[in-house]
Design a protein around this ligand. Sequence first.
Ligand SMILES: Cc1cn([C@H]2C[C@H](O)[C@@H](COP(=O)(O)OP(=O)(O)O[C@H]3O[C@@H](C)C(=O)[C@@H](O)[C@H]3O)O2)c(=O)[nH]c1=O
Length: 189
Amino acid sequence: MSKFKKIETPIQDLYIIEPTVFGDHRGFFMESYNQREFAEIGMDMDFVQDNHSKSKKGTLRGLHFQTEHPQGKLVRAIKGQVYDVAVDLRAGSDTYGEYFGVVLSEENKKMFYIPEGFAHGFLALSDEAEFMYKTTDYYCPECDGGIIWNDNNINIDWPLKEYGLTEDDLLLSDKDKELPTLKESNYKF
Ligand SMILES: Cc1cn([C@H]2C[C@H](O)[C@@H](COP(=O)(O)OP(=O)(O)O[C@H]3O[C@@H](C)C(=O)[C@@H](O)[C@H]3O)O2)c(=O)[nH]c1=O
């Protein structure tokens, strides 16, 4: 049996992955990725890049995708917690324009697999949040695509109030403040 548990979400091909955590008097050990064990649960992809970012509470990064060289992403929080969101942008998908969000934290150790064809973003919920992820294709700055975080039609229920945040507290990059709505961009993979 695989060391990784694959949990379905309401959106096809979008999965939460739970690792097996071995705790003892020293702390814990877990495999955060194992190609063979992932293949056992039907997740047979090749990762080529690992990323690590640190964010202050209220930082919102997203919603991002690459138009060419789309990236599948295996994401997790290694410090603090984030609300992580994927938006389905696959042409012909029954759930096109719909999102699914999940809290990923240092404590719950959940991972989220976001396949190619989705926009991705997250909100840092703890004073500091460190985020690590693997990607199936390389970073391509000239392929940058994105959708604005508060798109009315996608209507993401970002958990601001629950974490003592207001919209005024949000920290966004200049680039992310200027992203179009899904309607404006009409992007489909
Ligand atoms: C994403 C990325 C950025 N960079 C550089 C470019 C820039 O100078 C600096 C910060 O880049 P950004 O502002 O785009 O970083 P950020 O806003 O954290 O972008 C990331 O957001 C999350 C939600 C994702 O899903 C990722 O795929 C990626 O788009 O890091 C790389 O060198 N390699 C990379 O893979």
